[in-house]
Design a protein around this ligand. Structure first.
Ligand SMILES: [Zn+2]
Length: 582
């Protein structure tokens, strides 16, 4: 700790002075490191106030100014050395504030149990992310529990994916949602059977063997079918016939006695369980199970038995609450607290589960992480940060109105997060050689990041009469005889264009015309084949600065002239990037 920091502070109350001094120094070093050796007093004060909530700007500003002055007088090498020393101590991300979510009046610490209950028939996409993130955040806010419950009780139409657990858990973990307990509804069929029997025993459920159309006609007229009034013994016999598969698919259905006068016809005696003949389910334990519960039965029972106290889900579930409350009433249970939020429409990516699953089956998409899809893994592959998704969802909060967000909004949030970490890499599609007659030797130094000098430089030596690589598309926009500038190099005049090469005459290193077009270029000895996979699934082949190959898979770069991208694959000869956004 430099001597100048041994200052006795006043007016700071009971803060640890030593710690405060250290923090000011650490953040002055970081700020100087990130800004070309010049820290800003304002930025460091802001950082310190965010760490020491009880401090006021006037208490710390003089000390910060003094420290900043000393740090700024250090050489960049010294600053870098100090920065490296402290590197591991800086917070990587600002602490997540929970300001977006309203407090729950009823909630007590450790008593909030939430669940995310996806049907795993399609991968996790940003449309489900709202329920998952809000449920997790509320559990965390009250030190409660976050349950992942797979609603995999449709072995026929919405068949579960075989690797659902792995898919969802990876995505949830990437989003920062830590799962405390995991359940599969298909593991719990015996539990549902027990409650089916119970509801029959207490006279609240009946097995209907009527033709569905006829039953619907009756119910529309608020009339009961003949099955409803059979006694419990007869009902039990029928239920047994469902279990032993005497009744085949479509021949019998278990219904709850609700209210035949209910204003919503779908609530009237809604179904609890049905028979499925050919069970196709990835869970090996259920191959011979022919009775399958409805979503409303399984979900109602599990929420109660798993101790869920808060359900967060889309407004389309409002009607399910009405249905499930009948089950709760008959079984003497208390329905959990519910928050129904509006639908989140994200324009610009494919979100429909059926389109995703069908598209993959037909070979239209390459997989669940195809860049056209709105799945979490597709967004991740493209370099969208989990923090950006969380932010957009927490900003929407629990509003009950529907929200349509353009994907651009997500990109804007993401850009703020990735720009500081993305080194610049020139990428040239449709490359061609450009020979420059009469050019002088030149050393070109380009910062890896325009605002953060500390990230270093790319340096290229252009020889006399140099040849560089440019894009044919760029050259096509220049007329013969026109003057243009090779960025950070020199002005040249286009003199000849062939199929795969072009020639220009050297004019000057100084800029001669501010309006001259600026062309990106590559040094032919320092480039590598690069493929950019775009968000519409198309690919662009080209060449990029060779230093991209030193970066690891998963790194975000800015491909100059195109936009941000994530390095997806690489070998010695070739790099594949996925386009994020402009
Ligand atoms: Zn009936």
């Amino acid at each position: 700790m430099p001597k100048f920091l041994n200052i006795i502070l006043k007016n700071i109350g009971n803060m640890h002075h030593k710690k405060l001094e250290e923090d000011i120094y650490r953040y002055a070093v970081r700020n100087a490191f990130l800004h070309n050796g010049k820290a800003s007093v304002k930025a460091v004060v802001g950082k310190i106030l965010s760490l020491y909530k009880e401090a006021k700007a006037k208490d710390v500003v003089n000390l910060v100014a003094e420290v900043v002055e000393k740090v700024n007088s250090m050489t960049f090498e010294e600053i870098k050395r100090e920065y490296d020393k402290f590197k591991h101590t800086y917070e990587l991300k600002p602490k997540q504030k929970e300001k977006y979510l309203p407090e729950l009046e009823w909630a007590k610490k450790e008593k909030v149990v939430t669940r995310f209950a996806p049907n795993p028939n399609a991968p996790f996409h940003i449309g489900n992310a709202r329920a998952a993130i809000l449920s997790y955040e509320y559990a965390k806010m009250y030190n409660g529990k976050f349950i992942l419950r797979f609603d995999d009780t449709d072995p026929k139409i919405k068949k579960p994916l075989p690797n659902a657990e792995q898919l969802f858990k990876e995505d949830l973990s990437w989003l920062g949602c830590k799962v405390d307990e995991t359940y599969f509804a298909s593991d719990r069929l015996e539990i549902y059977y027990k409650y089916m029997k119970k509801l029959v025993e207490i006279g609240k459920a009946y097995v209907c063997v009527c033709d569905v159309e006829k039953w619907r006609e009756l119910v529309k007229q608020n009339k009961a079918c003949p099955c409803r009034s059979l006694d419990e013994t007869a009902q039990m016999e029928r239920l047994q016939k469902m279990f032993d598969h005497t009744y085949k698919e479509g021949q019998a259905v278990l219904r709850l006695k609700t209210d035949l006068m209910h204003k919503d016809p779908s609530v009237r005696d809604f179904w609890l369980a049905r028979v499925v003949d050919n069970v196709q389910h990835p869970n090996p334990k259920v191959k011979d199970k022919h009775v399958w519960p409805s979503y409303n039965l399984a979900s109602a029972i599990d929420d109660h038995l798993l101790g869920v106290t808060l359900i967060l889900r889309g407004q389309e579930h409002e009607q399910n609450k009405t249905k499930q409350e009948f089950i709760y009433k008959y079984l003497g249970w208390v329905y959990p607290h519910c928050i129904h939020f509006g639908r989140l429409n994200l324009k610009g990516v494919v979100l429909s589960k059926s389109k995703i699953v069908e598209g993959i089956a037909k070979g239209l998409y390459t997989g669940f992480d195809d860049p056209r899809l709105g799945t979490i893994r597709a967004l991740r592959r493209r370099g969208i940060q989990a923090e950006a998704i969380r932010k957009i969802i927490l900003e929407l909060g629990v509003k009950s109105s529907d929200a349509t967000i353009s994907i651009e909004k997500l990109y804007n949030i993401n850009r703020d997060l990735i720009d500081p970490i993305a080194d610049r890499v020139v990428f040239i599609s449709n490359p061609m050689y450009l020979k420059i007659a009469g050019s002088v030797p030149l050393e070109v130094k380009l910062p890896k990041h325009p605002d953060i000098a500390a990230r270093g430089f790319r340096e290229y030596s252009l020889e006399k009469d140099a040849t560089v690589i440019v894009s044919k598309d760029d050259i096509a926009r220049v007329s013969l005889g026109e003057v243009f500038r090779l960025r950070k190099a020199y002005d040249v005049k286009l003199s000849n264009v062939e199929k795969s090469s072009a020639e220009a005459e050297f004019l000057s290193v100084e800029r001669t015309n501010k309006k001259a077009k600026l062309l990106l270029w590559l040094h032919p000895n320092f480039c590598v084949n690069t493929v950019l996979v775009m968000d519409d699934g198309s690919t662009i082949e080209g060449l990029a600065e060779r230093y991209i190959i030193e970066k690891s898979v998963g790194t975000i770069v800015q491909l100059e002239g195109f936009g941000y991208a994530r390095i997806d694959k690489k070998d010695k000869e070739r790099v594949v990037c996925y386009f994020s956004h402009k």
